[in-house]
Design a protein around this ligand. Structure first.
Ligand code: ZN
Length: 214
């Protein structure tokens, strides 16, 4: 089971203290999705992964995280409106603002992961249009991350982002010559290519790949 408790954090921008719900402990039952979204019950703790200061609007994993943004930056229309994207979920909007903050702080890896979490929050809210839009942005940003941190986990994650944002030809072209050394990764990559060929944008889990005959 998951346990929660309340902890106070001091906002790194305005200095106010606020209580937030945080996870004490959790666990996972089952396989993750192909974009590494964890299985329940960790999956259901997503609402605790981002905090917004009620005073100044600063948004990050925890509001005590040092940042170069200030209250003027946070009061901009672009930040408040998530660059004009009308999210169907407040949680998705929070992750998007956290992405904007991390991008401004030049932490593109954390920014990219916040886009991924934003897409998950869109999925949960059945906000498919924005889920697609955000996944496409995340796929591009993770390509930037890969230039300095090239690892197979990110490559595999990008395959799912490209497929689920409907960029099938791009996925097939970019990954035709990519070779994974790990056997499970090879099988996941092959599964992604096959799903891309039939233009499948659906959510699939690692379990489906594991259950396929070799
Ligand atoms: Zn604040």
């Amino acid at each position: 089971m998951t346990t929660y408790f309340t902890a106070e954090y001091t906002c790194a921008v305005c200095g106010q203290r606020h209580p937030f719900t945080v996870v004490g402990s959790t666990n996972r039952f089952g396989y993750p999705d192909l974009d590494l979204r964890p299985a329940p019950m960790e999956r259901d703790t997503i609402h605790t992964w981002v905090q917004t200061c009620p005073d100044c609007g600063y948004t990050a994993g925890t509001i005590d995280k040092e940042t170069s943004v200030d209250e003027t930056w946070l009061s901009r229309e672009a930040y408040k409106t998530c660059e004009g994207i009308a999210f169907g979920s407040q949680l998705a909007a929070k992750f998007y603002r956290s992405y904007m903050v991390h991008l401004y702080d030049d932490d593109i890896e954390r920014a990219a992961y916040n886009l991924l979490y934003c897409a998950w929050a869109c999925d949960d809210a059945r906000d498919i249009e924005n889920a697609v839009k955000v996944r496409a942005k995340a796929a591009d940003l993770f390509a930037e991350v890969s230039k300095t941190n090239d690892n197979d986990d990110l490559k595999l994650l990008r395959m799912d982002l490209l497929r689920r944002s409907g960029q099938f030809d791009r996925l097939l072209n970019e990954y035709r010559t990519v070779i994974f050394s790990d056997d499970l990764y090879k099988r996941i990559a092959s599964f992604q290519m096959k799903r891309a060929i039939v233009h499948d944008t659906g959510c699939h889990s690692v379990e489906e790949v594991v259950m396929l005959p070799k």
